[in-house]
Ligand binder design. Structure first.
Ligand code: PMP
Length: 373
């Protein structure tokens, strides 16, 4: 088979080819069951085995402590913006750290259920940087503090999670880790709840991952739909209603792929993190050296996963922008258009993107610059 194009989509995003091939092989008859996974009862022994294995592999990969529950839900990141306050706000105060489009959206949605306060806002500094935790104005009575640990559109990433206790705040930290989940370890000692849509680093859209500290279960407001009450979902082992079975199955295959992934003499999450670092370094170095392209995020908070870039100064014309995207597509470099709210270009280089893919992009950037610079 000829090589597939390199796909830089921000999500739904490229999946490991090995996984797609396995899905194809198992499509009509999963392990001699005579059924596609899509056709199985979620309460049958086959699917329960698939689901339990996926959960166990995820727990191992992310080193999730035993006092956290892993929930497989639906509704995506945006539904969690409502589901989290419905479960954790007690209708009271919640504090948000706004570092870009997704955390801003989360804060807006939470206003429907809680008294929202913006404890910090990256856009006010104008520096393309995450405000230092010491400057956050956290309220003593807040029920939780929300942040987006990787801003998919703006390209900002928290490289360390804040220690809220050291800031004098006892409230749990909620993180939206949709776009960098499984790209690096999570410091669970600093987290109360993490959520993320699957369609970037985990698998097909439709599955939403929630990892929640057990003591936070059972706090839902009476208006919270039962299917979205974390306690109900946890007690039913994510089977309160029909879960997104096919997405869970593919996610499970991605977890197994990650467990056997080797790079730089390492294996598993450590290996993928090292490759992610190498890919990001390669791409940012090329952008920083370029006279035509630029990334505008402060170095210490640049995302390893989502790299927005723009044409510099006089090069920034609609015609050159379109020429870039057209030529990229001709070179089999797909979905490099920036998010419509910020324009420019964006390369999302999630776990499934190979080093070869980033080399191909960097070669193209240099070639484009030679011809158009
Ligand atoms: N949060 C982040 C960080 C995201 O990147 C996205 C989707 N790009 C969302 C939330 C929204 O996710 P969904 O479309 O699954 O609701």
């Amino acid at each position: 088979m000829t090589r597939r194009p390199f796909n830089f989509s921000a999500g739904p995003a490229a999946l490991p080819e090995e996984v797609l091939q396995q899905v194809a092989r198992e499509m009509l008859d999963w392990h001699g069951s005579g059924m596609s996974v899509m056709e199985m009862s979620h309460r049958g022994k086959e699917f329960i085995a698939i689901c339990e294995q996926a959960e166990a592999d995820l727990r191992e990969l992310l080193a999730v402590p035993s006092h956290f529950r892993i929930l497989f839900m639906q509704g995506g990141g945006l539904a969690e913006n409502a589901i989290v306050p419905l479960n954790l706000s007690r209708g009271g105060q919640v504090d948000f750290v706004v570092t870009g489009s997704w955390s801003r959206k989360s804060a807006q949605e939470a206003r429907r259920y809680a008294d929202v306060h913006i404890a910090a806002d990256a856009s006010l500094s104008g520096a393309g940087a995450i405000p230092s935790p010491a400057s956050w104005t956290l309220r003593p009575g807040t029920s939780y503090v929300h942040l987006c640990s990787n801003e998919t559109i703006d390209g900002l990433e928290f490289h360390a999670l804040p220690d809220l206790r050291a800031l004098g705040c006892d409230a749990p930290l909620v993180i939206d880790f949709s776009s960098h989940v499984l790209s690096r370890p999570v410091d669970w000692s600093r987290v109360g709840l993490a959520f993320g849509g699957a369609q970037k680093n985990i698998g097909p859209a439709g599955l939403t991952l929630v990892i929640v500290r057990e003591d936070l279960l059972g706090r839902a407001l009476p208006i919270c739909p039962s299917a979205f009450d974390y306690k109900t979902v946890a007690e039913a082992q994510s089977m309160y209603n029909t879960p997104p079975t096919f997405s869970i199955y593919v996610a499970g295959l991605v977890f197994q792929w990650l467990k056997r992934f080797e790079y730089g003499g390492q294996r598993g999450l450590a290996a993928i993190e090292q490759r992610n670092l190498d890919k990001a370094t390669l791409l940012y170095d090329a952008l920083d050296r370029s006279a035509v392209f630029e990334n505008r995020v402060a170095r210490e908070c640049r995302s390893r996963m989502n790299v927005p870039f723009f044409l510099r100064g006089a090069h920034d014309t609609p015609a050159l922008h379109q020429a870039f995207l057209d030529e990229a597509r001709d070179r089999q470099l797909l979905q490099l258009k920036g998010h419509k709210s910020v324009g420019g270009m964006r390369a999302s280089i999630y776990n499934a993107m190979s080093l070869d893919g980033v080399h191909a992009l960097v070669d193209f950037l240099k070639d484009f610059e030679t011809r158009h610079g």
